[in-house]
Design a protein around this ligand. Structure first.
Ligand SMILES: Cc1cc2nc3c(=O)[nH]c(=O)nc-3n(C[C@H](O)[C@H](O)[C@H](O)COP(=O)(O)OP(=O)(O)OC[C@H]3O[C@@H](n4cnc5c(N)ncnc54)[C@H](O)[C@@H]3O)c2cc1C
Length: 389
């Protein structure tokens, strides 16, 4: 997770001010445009620079690379607030794909490589993505087949990746490859950062159930030549890097799921207060109030758990038991999201089935949250293993 390296004091006031900034950004620069962006299948590229200027892209990165050092509690507060007040899953997935693409560079790249890759991404001028999943299997990372053959000072990369967020637009692609073709399983896997403009990559847009404004692509690599200096760390150590990277992604997804669950609650409550049936507002019905409390109960338990796991991350207490907590939290947070999206759509009635309501969109975003970044079943297996069960 590498937060302690550059985590400064972050006061309660700093946190409040960040939340206010993000709420304003969500309500003014994102929410009004989400329906159009979802229809268009992408959001305006200028959003990257807008978010960068507010310091949102650089949150958690060191100042010498153009970032703002910040603990996990700040980064999670940003994800939760943006999700709650207007950031769609699609916008957030692509806008923040840097947060899955860059952490391996921060943790394992040389100072020289960091200085080349990170600043333009934090300025919102270039886009970073992470490409691990292949059509042969996403959960089983160790079975990946994309190869990088050493040839002189370069690697020559051949293979295919699927479901890659920001795959169409990405300038920098942090790519998982097999540098030892004779190896099987986890050994022989390395991470290479593919630089902007590298020839030989074909990109195909994929069409999805939700997250429409996020670009998701299939990538083909045909004899793609990348200098060996773009490899992260030692050859053959990529699997461990990938597993370490997942923890941060899963924690951020939990905070995001929580924010979306709150967005569903907010919309359902507002609707229940104004919607009249049989001569009275829905909120006057006990069954409706109970449904709202069932939502609130799950939101509160998820909030408490997100806070606890985040606190441990900020205290650098990231042992095996903590990894298990992250896995189980991701499942709990996304189940909370599933429950709240379902309850909100039901409460909104026919309106909940209509494009334009938050709950309709979030309902279509539930499954990707339960699958992406580690599917529910895999989270349980991993948690059990970490706990020695
Ligand atoms: C919109 C979207 C964006 C994505 N973005 C990225 C990205 O940017 N970069 C990237 O690398 N990947 C990305 N992914 C891929 C994502 O991480 C994978 O889809 C996920 O890890 C699951 O892999 P899979 O789809 O191959 O499913 P599979 O691994 O084939 O699994 C299918 C089902 O079987 C279950 N299963 C698998 N193995 C077992 C087992 N041993 N026991 C019990 N059940 C099992 C799984 O839990 C799942 O429910 C994205 C996916 C989506 C949908």
């Amino acid at each position: 997770m590498n937060t302690a390296d550059f985590t400064p004091e972050f006061t309660a006031e700093d946190l409040q001010s960040l939340q206010a900034t993000v709420e304003r950004f969500a309500k003014q620069a994102v929410a009004p445009h989400v329906p159009a962006w979802e229809e268009a299948g992408q959001f305006d590229r200028s959003l990257y620079t807008e978010a960068a200027q507010l310091g949102l892209l650089g949150l958690g990165y060191p100042a010498h690379l153009g970032g703002t050092p910040a603990p996990w509690c700040a980064r999670n507060a940003m994800s939760q607030t943006l999700a709650r007040y207007g950031g769609s899953g699609g916008v957030m997935a692509s806008l923040f794909s840097l947060n899955i693409g860059l952490p391996p560079v921060m943790a394992h790249g040389s100072a020289e490589l960091q200085a080349e890759v990170v600043p333009p991404v934090l300025r919102g001028e270039q886009i970073a993505a992470l490409a691990i999943t292949e059509s042969g299997g996403g959960s089983d990372v160790a079975s990946l087949r994309t190869t990088a053959r050493a040839e002189g000072a370069d690697y020559v990369i051949d293979g295919e990746k699927v479901f890659i967020t920001s795959g169409l637009r990405a300038d920098w692609i942090t790519l998982a490859v097999r540098t030892d073709p004779a190896s099987k399983g986890a050994s022989g896997i390395s991470l290479i950062v593919v630089p902007p403009g590298t020839p030989g990559i074909s990109r195909t847009r994929l069409h999805k159930m939700g997250w429409h404004s996020s670009d998701t692509a299939q990538l083909r690599f045909d004899g793609v030549r990348v200098p060996q200096r773009y490899r992260l760390g030692e050859e053959g150590t990529g699997f461990r890097m990938i597993m370490g990277n997942f923890n941060g992604e899963r924690l951020a997804m939990s905070a995001m799921a929580l924010g979306f669950a709150q967005a569903c609650f907010d919309e359902a409550l507002a609707w229940a207060r104004q919607r009249q049936t049989f001569g009275t507002a829905l909120i006057e019905r006990q069954v409706i109030r109970h449904k709202l409390m069932d939502m609130q109960m799950r939101i509160s338990s998820t909030q408490a758990w997100v806070d606890a796991v985040t606190q441990q991350a900020d205290a650098n207490q990231t042992d095996a038991a903590w990894v298990a907590q992250v896995c189980l939290l991701k499942n709990h947070a996304t189940q909370t999201l599933q429950f709240c999206a379902d309850a909100a759509v039901q409460m909104l009635g026919g309106m909940g089935f209509m494009r334009g309501t938050v709950s309709e969109r979030v309902y279509r975003e539930v499954k990707v949250m339960m699958i992406g970044g580690g599917a529910e079943e895999i989270m349980k297996e991993l948690a059990a293993k970490q706990l020695g069960i």
